[in-house]
Design a protein around this ligand. Structure first.
Ligand code: ATR
Length: 285
């Protein structure tokens, strides 16, 4: 029950009413018996810095930050962790004694999901398809956590090059267009789709971002699209016997890290996943 004692965190975005963050975080707070609650607050583009200031004033304990505020919030915070400094975007704010510290948990969330599934990317060769914000976080986290070689493939090659530049200095990185994606996929351990290809309701609904013929049983295949949960890419990967991680994996694990930052407690990922599946009208699997 929400009472005067309840500690409030908020997810800000535009749009934000579709966000799965409140159901995931509130399930985790309830599971831990914490007197905490998350609400979704629509904040218009350009008002991210004002939202940080308002949240600080109102004693909000933390923010989850989604599009289009990730860069504005990173800039507006009083402190930024090393990954936020490198990427220039944040998805999490912690207020402590009035100071706002910005973090980004997206890339580490995906790496955590891989490690939980028994596929540590340390030492792995990785193909990342797409070069948007999600891809940048993933390239940074995977290379920081030991991926041996990362290739970024994107429709627009110049963006792939910018994305590859987010890699940790020790890693071997490359950037290619989509024409060569099949050849590269066949020679790596992990393939990650960060594009919207295959998403329901788009022009590419039903499409594959990597030719099915390039997929192997030894692959870990990851899609960050979760509508549908079983994307055509994951269905093709499953058909060849590859291991798969669906689009809720990163979403859930980035939220687990947010909970750790806000409450210093680590909720079971399964609690957040069950809540997200319920909100999507899907049974637990
Ligand atoms: P986010 O920040 O959420 O990752 P984004 O910045 O909009 O999203 O990036 C979307 C990614 O999907 C981009 O890599 C985009 O390719 P371009 O950089 O060439 O635009 C990719 N993408 C979207 N639709 C695509 C399609 N039909 N075919 C191939 N790539 C597509």
């Amino acid at each position: 029950m929400i009472a005067a004692s309840t500690t409030v965190v908020a997810v800000i975005g535009d749009p934000v009413r579709h966000s799965l963050s409140p159901v995931m975080h509130n399930a985790a707070f309830a599971h831990a018996g914490l007197d905490w609650a998350m609400v979704a607050l629509p904040v218009r583009a350009g008002d991210g810095a004002a939202a940080v200031s308002a949240a600080r004033t109102m004693g909000v304990a933390g923010l989850a930050v989604t599009m289009p505020h990730k860069a504005d919030v990173a800039a507006a915070a009083d402190h930024r962790d090393a990954t936020v400094q490198r990427l220039g975007v944040a998805n999490t704010v912690v207020f402590d004694g009035g100071a706002a510290t910005a973090y980004t948990t997206d890339g580490d969330g995906l790496v955590d999901a891989m490690v939980s599934a028994g596929h540590d990317p340390a030492g792995a060769r990785v193909l990342i398809v797409g070069a948007g914000g999600a891809a940048r976080s993933i390239v940074e986290a995977m290379t920081r956590r030991g991926a041996r070689a990362v290739t970024v493939a994107n429709r627009t090659v110049a963006r792939a090059e910018e994305c590859a530049a987010c890699a940790d200095a020790d890693a071997s990185v490359g950037a290619i267009g989509l024409d060569d994606v099949g050849d590269v996929a066949a020679a790596v351990d992990i393939v990650v789709n960060t594009t919207s290809v295959g998403m329901a309701g788009t022009d590419s609904e039903g499409a594959l971002v990597v030719p099915a013929a390039a997929l192997r049983p030894e692959h870990l295949v990851v899609d960050i699209v979760y509508h549908p949960l079983q994307t055509p890419f994951l269905v093709a990967a499953d058909a060849v016997g590859a291991a798969t991680l669906d689009g809720l994996a990163m979403l859930v694990h980035q939220a687990v890290r947010q909970q750790m930052l806000w409450t210093s407690q680590t909720p079971p990922a399964s609690v957040l996943r069950t809540a997200a599946l319920g909100a999507l009208g899907l049974a637990d699997s």
